[in-house]
Design a protein around this ligand. Structure first.
Ligand SMILES: Cc1cc2nc3c(=O)[nH]c(=O)nc-3n(C[C@H](O)[C@H](O)[C@H](O)COP(=O)(O)OP(=O)(O)OC[C@H]3O[C@@H](n4cnc5c(N)ncnc54)[C@H](O)[C@@H]3O)c2cc1C
Length: 347
């Protein structure tokens, strides 16, 4: 029995080594032949591969790099990270990692973990709210299951006076996500729920117009998924221009009068500075919106913004289902891929 186990783990480790070599070699080749845009799209493709997920999860060198972006595996790890960020003057969004579950019991287990997280936030009095993904709550199995799970989460959050943001996933889920958001926000009166808008989608300007009329609580991002050119801008310049346009719409006097509350979520100095310039030119106070960053990315910039009097919120993921989240971070900044490979050879 012991022998079989050790033979198994030697096999797994050999397979993981092979996969790392293969990924590094293939990444080098893709980059050499086609450039960074192809590498990004290839990493996003791999983020959906179940085989790669199995190979990478439980592979220590992969976790050593992923843990730059993830607070840890337990709720306690997340609360410790939140406390440390609060002490630096930053608010937090806690995210129990997981997405695209394929069984109802997994969706219910995720809901229970998130309910537990809400209780822990309240007991520890950390300045944090929670983000959820509808595909983690069962959206791809049964829409009603996801709604029931989200309703339970919003109810508990409301009891603790906490807020919940619905992360935005791939474009195929945007309509349903906004419908479910509206059903709970306006149909059932949960005023503690917010949504996310992705500037790379052509549709977002129209969505933002409607969300402004509704006085919504919105996080604006560029968008992290591999999308067809029929629905999303293919190049960074168009996505960036849309980001600035949408931020300005949601910071306008009309939007603020309607109660829109904006989270500007980007690591891009050009976006941050464009929003700062617009806010200054319109006399919008620095605390009328917030800048948001992902955990572990551009820590100095986060602290600098706090020192300048801006509100800053850090999105802190935790849990064992880190693979797709990690791959999207690699895709955003392929330089991290070389860090991953270097770390592997050091391990
Ligand atoms: C708080 C938060 C929540 C998010 N929620 C969602 C969501 O619900 N749905 C979704 O689709 N996406 C979400 N995202 C991801 C988002 O869509 C982008 O994929 C991600 O933020 C990368 O885009 P960017 O704006 O940072 O700029 P990019 O265009 O990726 O990068 C522009 C520049 O920013 C700087 N930069 C970027 N990353 C780094 C880094 N790691 N280190 C140093 N400099 C860097 C570099 O100068 C780079 O050239 C979220 C992002 C944040 C910050």
């Amino acid at each position: 029995m012991g022998k079989t186990k050790s033979a198994d783990s030697t096999l797994t480790s050999a397979a993981s080594t092979l996969v790392t070599f293969a990924v590094a070699a293939a990444a080098g080749y893709v980059l050499y032949r086609n450039g960074e845009a192809w590498l990004r799209s290839w990493l996003l493709y791999l983020s959906r591969s179940a085989l790669m997920r199995r190979m990478m999860t439980g592979f220590p060198p992969a976790w050593a790099v992923a843990s730059r972006f993830i607070a840890g595996e337990s709720v306690d790890d997340a609360i410790v990270a939140a406390r440390q960020l609060n002490a630096k003057g930053m608010a937090v969004t806690l995210d129990y990692l997981g997405e695209s579950v394929s069984r109802a019991d997994e969706a219910v287990a995720a809901r229970n973990q998130i309910l537990f997280l809400l209780d822990r936030i309240q007991q520890n009095q950390v300045d944090a709210y929670v983000s959820v993904k509808l595909s983690q709550l069962g959206l791809k199995i049964d829409e009603n299951l996801a709604i029931e799970n989200l309703r339970a989460i919003l109810t508990r959050a409301h009891e603790h006076n906490l807020r919940v943001r619905i992360d935005m996933e791939e474009s195929a889920l945007v309509d349903t996500t906004l419908d479910i958001y509206r059903r709970l926000r306006h149909g059932e009166g949960f005023d503690n729920v917010g949504v996310v808008i992705q500037s790379y989608l052509f549709r977002s300007e129209e969505d933002v117009r409607r969300l402004i009329e509704e006085g919504a609580w919105v996080r604006l991002v560029k968008g992290a998924y591999k999308e067809p050119h029929t629905v999303a801008y293919a190049n960074k310049a168009d996505t960036d221009a849309a980001f600035v346009r949408l931020a300005q719409m949601m910071l306008s006097a009309e939007a603020r009068a309607r109660g829109v509350s904006l989270g500007v979520a980007t690591h891009d100095d050009a976006m941050i500075e464009a929003v700062q310039r617009y806010a200054a030119s319109q006399g919008i106070p620095r605390d009328a919106f917030e800048f948001q960053f992902l955990y572990g990315i551009r820590r100095e910039r986060q602290e600098q913004l706090v020192a300048q009097g801006y509100r800053v919120r850090i999105y802190v993921p935790y849990g064992t289902a880190w693979y797709p989240y990690f791959m999207r971070r690699l895709a955003e900044r392929p330089a991290n891929l070389w860090f991953f490979v270097a770390n592997f050879f050091r391990a």
